[in-house]
Design a binder for this molecule. Sequence first.
Ligand code: ATP
Ligand code: MG
Ligand code: MG
Ligand code: MG
Length: 478
Amino acid sequence: METHEINKRFLDYFEKRGHTKVPSASLILDDPTLLFVNAGMVQFKPYFLGEVPAPYPRATSVQKCVRTGDIDEVGKTTRHNTFFQMAGNFSFGDYFKQGAIERAWELLTTSQDDGGLGFDPDRLWVTVYEHDAETAAMWREIAGLPSERIQFRGADDNYWDMGVPGPCGPCSEIYYDRGPEYGREGGPVVDEDRYLEIWNLVFMQEIRGELSPKKGHPPIGELPQKNIDTGMGVERVAYLLQGVENVYETDLVRPVIKRAEEFSGRRYGADHADDVRFRVIADHARSGVMLIADGVTPGNEARGYVLRRLLRRIVRSVRLLGVHEPVLPEFAAVVRDAMSPSYPEVAREFDRISDVMRVEEETFLATLTSGSRIFDLAARETKRSGGTILSGDKAFQLHDTYGFPIDLTLEMAAEQGLSVDEEGFRTLMEQQRQRAKADAAARKTGHGDLSVYRSLLDAHGETEFIGYTDLQATARVL
Ligand code: ATP
Ligand code: MG
Ligand code: MG
Ligand code: MG
């Protein structure tokens, strides 16, 4: 079943059961606590908190999500994208646990011919919060699940919050058993590679403060009413229903892998290290396109930095596959073709998306060539002297002169079995910030020594700023 069809079935199922269909919100919402929207509930947060009355008692959506915290998992686990779609149903003070469990179970286990997703009920397991016997009883009652397929877990796993202050509550997760060839028996508590988490039902009833209940801090209050917030991972369901091995091989992601195979002449599935690169490329290309479509541009801070890191990781991975030409606009076009049926903004904004990618790639390729040479020399020197730590000095130079984000230096060092003196790096960064601040203050008060500029001006005349057109020049300031 194609991903677009899974989305459609989900929304239709809940719409038929009295839920208002709500379009995905942008990945960028005006919420200072979040860099990107990371779950379906984010756009409904004011309704859960009771700040604004919900315009409908029930809603359903498929939400674009970005989780940058999962970036290091990409390509290595079978189940983590940086961009993914979360299908959800929501109740604002309407139905609670029973209604959520009944509906999730029905949609998952109804046959595909009858409009459901057609999962074999005998392969489904659930987890329940350790203090929530009520929910366990409901799973036995409603789904007929035997007790051994209902597992209790602590707050770490089964108490959901947004990672920041906001609504929260105990949750119950649904897992699919992929079978003995994928790992150890005994349910998700024993092995989450074999038992794949597909859907989380959150019983949203409390508010967390600065500190998380996951870390043993009790919630700071009750919400005005009891709510339901669920999130089903569309790519995970797609991977199971499409009979492939992971989220990167699903119909909307795989085409980028194919394009990367064509570029590189290497074959996906032939070599483990290459496969991880192919998956990183496919995942990040999609996140990059979706983020730019929603208005993010590459930069050195916050959202812009995340986007820059994603795009640069693609470029590096492609080079490690032996490709040295520019590729980002090509991948962007593949992502557009896959995603625009569900997200027309990608087609609408494509020229801009493609331009942003092209410029970022050109800039980075220029810095990468010279920076890599410096890095290799430094790595060789470190090893020759019997060391295992690349100096903070070198990391700083790579950042300052060649525009290497520290993450890139860390990654390249790790590939060579080296670590990096991050503290030293940060000290130098801080010193540089202080110097810049002092310079700015001096300029403001007019006490700066401008004679050096005067003499340059006398010698060469007025200079022209070429940073916008000359990429070599821009590269140096990144
Ligand atoms: P995991 O334990 O696998 O990291 P999670 O518990 O962090 O997942 P939730 O916060 O419960 O995930 O999100 C709801 C659903 O969204 C999950 O059940 C899963 O199906 C899906 N999901 C979460 N993170 C990702 C991701 N990085 N890529 C793809 N799907 C995801
Ligand atoms: Mg997670
Ligand atoms: Mg989980
Ligand atoms: Mg979960």
